[in-house]
Design a protein around this ligand. Sequence first.
Ligand code: ADP
Ligand code: MG
Length: 262
Amino acid sequence: MDDVKTSSAVPGDRTPDTPREPMVVIDGVNKHFGDLHVLRDINLTVGRGEVVVVLGPSGSGKSTLCRAINRLETIESGTISIDGKQLPEEGKPLAQLRADVGMVFQSFNLFAHKTIRDNVTLGPIKVRKKSKSEADQQATQLLERVGVEAQADKYPAQLSGGQQQRVAIARSLAMGPKVMLFDEPTSALDPEMVNEVLDVMVGLAKEGMTMIVVTHEMGFARKAADRVVFMADGQIVEVGTPQEFFTSPKSERAKDFLGKIL
Ligand code: ADP
Ligand code: MG
């Protein structure tokens, strides 16, 4: 084989020697739910094009962190910025922010009474002010990309869970997000549908999308993550490459967690 050091398209193979431009900067973030300190001094910078997988036991604050990044939850202290812009409190800039930050949840959240195509075109027409024909054309391309173009005129309930989740990804991508957040996107799927969704996500990662992914799919973490962030009790306990994290976790909590899931 050739001995030239290639800049592989596989994110996990990227050498960490080129510093990335920051895309998501989370700085000193705290949040309580009543007495529960659910996010404790969270600091994390995600570079442009970086794929960060967030792991941790149930209740450790992973979803709250994702929701804070999308301002679905407020924070009490600290700042979060996306591409150099600090998250606004409310109002119109917030709609813009939500368009910049795509989010895919465990439940598919498609609009039940709209066709698959309309699910994908709605945001671009309303928020991005695209013409219907432009939005339709883009929807066709995105539905092809996630492999559900044949379902464009159906309604969500007529699709399998895996297909619906792929439509949810296409719908987020239609907004032209700068970052994609995934909160356990395959947890509600039948096992045979998990890979079709993960494959779409791996494809996105290879294309250079900045991604923050909460998942229990360790295969995805190993394959696609540039870094793994391990959370417990509202704190980031450990950050490392998948290689470092899976082969030599440093903290007792990470060892304990890996012992239970691997
Ligand atoms: P994870 O996604 O890691 O399982 P979450 O971020 O969903 O964790 O939740 C972290 C903690 O905050 C849990 O103890 C959960 O019960 C609590 N929590 C989450 N949302 C709320 C809420 N809206 N009100 C009160 N407590 C909440
Ligand atoms: Mg969660």
